[in-house]
Design a binder for this molecule. Structure first.
Ligand SMILES: [Zn+2]
Length: 81
C-alpha cells in the first residue's frame, strides 16, 4: 500500500479546510476566512488551511534593509574616497 500513502500525502482528500485562527470549516477554494477575515492558503495534510506567505511584508522589509545598507555604505564608505 505504499503507492496509496504517497498519493494521499501529495493530494489530501479533503472537501473542506479549517481556518487556523478560529477553526471554522470553509470550502477548499476560499482564500479568506468568513469569520475572522484571516487569509488562507492551501489545505495541509491535517485538513487545516495554511497561512499564506506575506510577500508584501517581505518585500517592504527587503527594500527597507537595502535602503539602510545603501545609506550606510554611502555615508561611511563612499564619502572617504
Ligand atoms: Zn477564521
Amino acid at each position: 500500500m505504499k503507492w496509496l500513502k504517497r498519493k494521499d500525502k501529495k493530494r489530501p482528500n479533503y472537501s473542506s479546510k479549517r481556518c487556523p485562527n478560529c477553526a471554522t470549516e470553509l470550502p477548499l477554494r476560499m482564500t479568506v476566512c468568513l469569520e475572522c477575515k484571516q487569509k488562507l492558503g492551501e489545505v495541509d495534510r491535517y485538513g487545516i488551511a495554511k497561512k499564506p506567505t506575506d510577500w508584501k511584508a517581505y518585500t517592504i522589509c527587503i527594500i527597507a534593509w537595502t535602503v539602510f545598507i545603501g545609506y550606510v555604505y554611502w555615508a561611511f564608505i563612499y564619502k572617504k574616497t
